[in-house]
Design a protein around this ligand. Structure first.
Ligand code: NAD
Ligand code: ZN
Length: 556
């Protein structure tokens, strides 16, 4: 057996049968067995619930860490760990080093039923705290969703719904044999090395995977995120013709039933009309609440498919597979979904987080050059507002990044997505103002886009010009030295982005900006810089300064 698989660790949510399965596996392999929860009860002479009540969760976690540490010193042992143990990075690291981690999965309904049955059959035992709430099923759903990213780090996942303890044990042994035959480079595909970040909002936590050739892992990653059933791929003609059959094959190999729905490329498709066409398709194919929507494409497809996922059957699980640079670093992270109204962009929508995001940087090799360049504007924006070190990294690697050199490209995208994830994790629904800094460069950009009926500039191009405007304003308000203005401008130019415009009447640009302001009844909230990597929000920017800056941008 591979050196790595000296122990077997069984994790998973309460009610997935960890302890019984671990015992059965140990019996069949003739190994030792330990259940860390039982071990703690033995040691302290108290039930877990009492330790929580009397000594607090921190004390319990401390005991748990110590028990796991001791168990990991042994060999040929099957360890069943508590449902929350793997959330602790120290535990995870140790367990991953000394053994193969298998996660047992079950639908919330199954878990509820099992826990309920268990409580009913042994009334002398304390009711599990999970059942002692008003809506236990909902509680199970929430808690399980929040732990899913950690369970996703397991080496192997087994869906236990409908399986007996013996059958699950058999699967664990099969997995350990399979993985002990795989070499370590293949094993690493199951580790967390391609997790760029975890987005943690109040409603959902989910991993963002970024890497080269990751499309091949889509089915595996989905299974590990506890997704099952029929997957409906939504994509546009350009992307589906390039990647559709490959993704369909990957999903089928992983055991999913697959349907595909193709829409025309272009922003006009992001509409209620197309949302309805997709609803019709889902109705016709009898999609159910636990089936999955897969958004395969750029931000247009992501917003549209996500909107359908949010609304069909009051919400279905969904997966973002972004294929454009804008979608990878921006649109796929944060859960804003929606469609356009003839009177305005993104007027209809929701906040609805995906279950996972998987970005395969290799797909960028087929993205048209202008789209790619436009995407770099959002990458640069993330550095400018929050991360000077990342700006330095971009400055030092322009040529290799624009040539899509795999390793550096992956790093840039992972970092950029992580910055966005960090911001949205703090302010999911744009209520607390923290998310506002993502609008850096966007005030002038919206003016430029509206003034040209969204036809002349790609979004990122307008954002690049808007960022130049924002630094010039910052300089006029004595927030930023001119060297920083020039530094940003040089970086944008090196990535091939525009930094000015010509042939536009300035009032056409300011009118849509004023309109935005009126609907809110307040002054425009400008996102400015007080340093590279440090954004500030100001509502007191004089109109004549804005006009002067637009004048500078308009000069040839
Ligand atoms: N939800 C959010 O937070 C958020 C953030 C930013 C942008 N958006 C939205 O995203 C959309 C813009 O996204 P976009 O720039 O990706 O546009 P897009 O989805 O229209 O894609 C641009 C073009 O590239 C093609 N394409 C995509 N991936 C490809 C690939 N790998 N190979 C070849 N061609 C490929 C598409 O078919 C399309 O023609 C807008 O609707 C915008 O409102 C949403
Ligand atoms: Zn943008």
């Amino acid at each position: 057996m591979d050196r790595r698989i000296t122990n077997l660790i069984i994790t998973g949510f309460s009610g997935t049968g960890k302890s019984l399965v671990a015992m059965e596996v140990a019996l069949r392999l003739n190994w030792n067995f330990i259940d860390t929860d039982d071990e703690i009860v033995k040691q302290t002479g108290k039930p877990i619930a009492e330790i929580f009540r009397q000594d607090g969760e921190d004390k319990f976690r401390e005991l748990e860490r110590e028990t796991i540490r001791k168990a990991c010193q042994r060999r040929q042992i099957v360890i069943a760990i508590g449902g929350g143990a793997i959330v602790d990075p120290q535990n995870y690291e140790l367990l991953a080093k000394t053994g193969l981690i298998v996660c047992l999965e079950a639908k919330p309904e199954t878990i509820y039923e099992r826990l309920f049955r268990e409580a009913a059959s042994s009334p002398d035992r304390e009711v599990r705290p999970l059942l002692a709430v008003d809506n236990p099923l909902e509680r199970i759903r929430q808690l399980k969703a929040s732990r899913q990213p950690y369970y996703a780090k397991a080496d192997w996942t087994i869906h236990t719904d409908g399986l007996s303890v013996g059958e699950v044990a058999e699967e664990v042994i099969r997995a350990s044999r399979l993985l002990s035959r795989t070499d370590s480079s293949q094993l690493s595909a199951f580790s967390d090395k391609d997790i760029a970040c975890v987005v943690e909002t109040k409603t959902q936590s989910y991993p963002v995977f970024v890497g080269q050739g990751l499309l091949d892992k889509l089915g595996e990653k989905m299974k590990k995120t506890a997704l099952s059933g029929t997957a409906t791929i939504i994509s546009d003609e350009n992307v589906l013709s390039l990647y559709g059959s490959r993704v369909e094959g990957i999903l089928k190999d992983a055991g999913f039933a697959v349907n595909s729905f193709v829409v025309p490329p272009g922003e006009e498709t992001k509409s209620m009309d197309y949302a309805i066409k997709i609803y019709d398709f889902l109705v016709e194919h009898r999609a159910e609440r636990d089936d999955i929507i897969i958004a395969l494409g750029g931000g247009m497809v992501g917003d549209l498919a996500g909107f359908v996922a949010a609304t069909f059957l009051r919400g279905m699980p969904w997966v973002q597979v972004p294929t454009s640079l804008v979608a990878m670093v921006d649109a796929s992270v944060g859960g804003k979904v929606g469609v356009n109204h003839p009177e305005g962009k993104n007027l209809i929508g929701a906040f609805y987080q995906p279950n996972l995001v998987l970005a395969d940087c290799q797909t960028l090799t087929t993205l048209p050059q202008r789209e790619l360049t436009s995407g770099w504007a959002e990458v640069i924006k993330h550095g400018m507002i929050l991360d000077e070190e990342f700006v330095q990294f971009l400055e030092g690697n322009v040529n290799r990044l624009t040539k899509l050199e795999p390793e550096l490209l992956t790093r840039a995208i992972a970092r950029s997505a992580a910055i966005k994830a960090q911001v949205v994790s703090q302010d999911e629904k744009e209520r607390e103002g923290k998310r506002t800094i993502l609008n850096y460069g966007h005030t002038i950009a919206h003016g430029l886009e509206a003034a040209t009926q969204y036809k002349r500039f790609l979004h990122g191009e307008a954002v690049a010009i808007g960022m130049v405007g924002a630094t010039k304003l910052s300089q006029r308000l004595s927030l930023l030295p001119s060297a920083a203005v020039e530094r940003q401008q040089a970086l944008l130019q090196k990535f091939g982005l525009p930094t000015g415009f010509s042939g536009l009447d300035l009032t056409e640009i300011t009118r849509p900006m004023e309109l935005d302001k009126k609907t809110k009844g307040k002054a425009i909230r400008w996102v400015l810089l007080q340093d590279i990597g440090k954004a500030v929000i100001r509502s007191d920017v004089p109109q004549q300064e804005v006009l002067a800056v637009l004048q500078e941008l308009a000069e040839p």
